[in-house]
Design a protein around this ligand. Structure first.
Ligand code: HEC
Ligand code: HEC
Length: 466
């Protein structure tokens, strides 16, 4: 089915349900709730007016009064309806459900601004501080960059969903209350913000894989009644209902690939694409600068290879590093890191050394060794510790006790390094390892990884640049 015909269907369905809404009696004029006073600024409302003109006016009308296509988004009836609820619920609603035909596609900032405009229009007084949106929905900005399914597949999935799941679930409407979100019971709907739900600070479905594994026990009247391909189709439908874009490639029920389809990371780019090394550069050779001046290889050879499942494998039989050739100052890098257990390993796991490290602010790739850079250590015994290579020492703290608890010796470790305004924090499996507070001698530079020590695998290497 083409996008146009889908949209026509949406609008037709809209007309049917909205005419019922339009009959709701409008209560007597009420003034806006006092708690709302002063929560936004006039400048913000002016920005919000632009968002409104671009994304909302078509249905909610020039004067926010609503009409055939949508209820009012401002004014007395609107205020009467929302004023007894915390403002974050209104924000959450707009963020997750609007624009109706393409929900959850605007940024948090745009949504906060448009809410400010709605408040201004409803005669709530402005103040000195901007409305920042609802922080309890943190992480709820799904990644919009990548398309994991096709439109035709989502349509197949919608039909399969109605047949096999519709008895107990819906994708039509999100009726989640904040309490339901917090307690994560069976939701009444899989539409947005279903995939953005957070439970005690953690995303319930961080990747497509997590949704897929949950669906293995479904439908609850016998999981054999549908194939895994049909499960993939149903996921396509759920993704579409959560505002994810359709593309040219169908979603396949492949566990490894689904594990890399992040649902919570707006603005991250995979710097290693899982198929080849086209975004990366190499300097491989002990105490060598790169060719042609030096003796180091600039090709991966068989030292670094790509394994099925989008993994990069490092034989690490040679010292050197690979890097992403873009100078970075403020950025977040995330990836997964795993050591390969030597055959017949004897002894305690934590005496295994491992090796390598993650290089920040690489200044000069023509230098022998690892270049002038800051290393976040990758070794088991001091993972996350900091070394200043080839330049002046800076200042940092390191938490050895946290490291001992956090590191998984033979399993995948989730690494995150955040560089912001001169402070660098490194995390292993969510625990803070180290904080660099001074690194003046290492301005903007490349991000890379050491090739060193022992066989290692990496996957899902992604960067968000600010
Ligand atoms: C394609 C039409 C359409 C567009 C575009 C649209 N909306 Fe809506 N909006 C609706 C419909 C339909 C409803 C009622 C939905 C329901 O009750 O489930 C609604 C409901 C709302 C409500 C709740 C109103 C109430 O009575 O509780 C708010 C607030 C809102 N929209 C804000 C916005 C904002 C802000 C934008 C732009 C970012 C926007 N809408 C874009 C159709 C639209
Ligand atoms: C007979 C009723 C029934 C049917 C049919 C059914 N489910 Fe469920 N589903 C449940 C119940 C009950 C739960 C909560 C308990 C559990 O997890 O088993 C649930 C939980 C889920 C969850 C986890 C929800 C959450 O809170 O994160 C997902 C996802 C899901 N089902 C998907 C599906 C899909 C997809 C289908 C169709 C292929 C389906 N279910 C068919 C009853 C059903």
């Amino acid at each position: 089915m083409k996008a146009v015909s889908l949209r026509v269907a949406v609008v037709a369905a809209l007309l049917a349900c909205v005419s019922a809404l339009a009959l709701t009696p409008v209560s007597a004029q009420q003034s806006a709730k006092a708690e709302w006073d002063g929560v936004y600024t006039d400048a913000q409302a002016a920005r919000g007016a632009k968002v409104y003109q671009q994304h909302c006016v078509f249905c909610h009308g020039k004067d926010l009064a609503g009409g055939n296509l949508a209820p009012a988004a401002g004014g007395p009836a609107f205020v009467a309806k929302w004023q007894s609820r915390p403002l974050r619920e209104l924000f959450g609603y707009v963020q997750a459900r609007m624009p109706y035909h393409n929900p959850n596609t605007l940024t948090r900032q745009a949504n906060a601004d448009v809410v400010a405009y709605m408040l201004q229009y409803s005669k709530v007084s402005a103040g000195a501080k901007e409305f920042a949106g609802d922080l309890s929905l943190k992480g709820g900005d799904p990644k919009r960059g990548e398309a994991f399914f096709t439109e035709a597949q989502a349509e197949r999935g919608r039909q399969a969903f109605n047949r096999n799941c519709g008895l107990c679930h819906t994708t039509n409407d999100a009726k989640l209350t904040q309490k339901q979100v917090d307690e994560a019971p069976l939701p009444s709907s899989f539409a947005a913000p279903f995939l953005g739900r957070i439970y005690y600070g953690k995303m319930l479905y961080p990747t497509v894989y997590h949704l897929y594994t949950k669906m293995q026990s479904m439908p609850a009247f016998g999981n054999e009644s549908i194939s895994n391909n049909t499960r993939a189709d149903i996921i396509a439908h759920i993704l579409e209902r959560n505002g994810f874009p359709a593309g040219n490639t169908e979603l396949k029920p492949d566990l490894e690939l689904m594990g890399q389809m992040m649902l919570n990371e707006q603005g991250f780019e995979h710097i290693f694409n899982g198929k080849d090394f086209s975004n990366l550069k190499f300097v491989l050779g002990t105490r060598c600068g790169p060719e042609p001046g030096g003796c180091a290889r600039t090709e991966p050879g068989d030292t670094l290879t790509v394994l099925p499942g989008g993994k990069m494998y490092c034989k690490c039989d040679l010292h050197g590093y690979w890097y992403y050739p873009k100078k970075l100052t403020n950025f977040t890098v995330r990836f997964q890191h795993k050591f390969i257990k030597p055959e017949g390993w004897v002894g305690d796991d934590d005496i295994y050394m491992g090796g390598g490290g993650w290089l920040l602010f690489i200044q000069d790739t023509n230098m022998a060794g690892f270049g002038k850079s800051i290393e976040v250590e990758g070794r088991v015994r001091d993972m996350g510790d900091i070394f200043f290579i080839g330049g002046k020492q800076g200042k940092f703290t390191y938490d050895n006790a946290a490291k001992t608890k956090a590191v998984k010796v033979w399993d995948w470790n989730d690494i995150e390094i955040v560089s912001k305004d001169g402070v660098v924090k490194s995390y292993v499996n969510g625990a803070l390892m180290s904080t660099i507070t001074e690194h003046n001698d290492y301005p903007a530079g490349f991000f890379g990884m050491q090739v060193e020590g022992s066989p290692t695998e990496w996957r899902n290497i992604r960067i968000h640049v600010e």
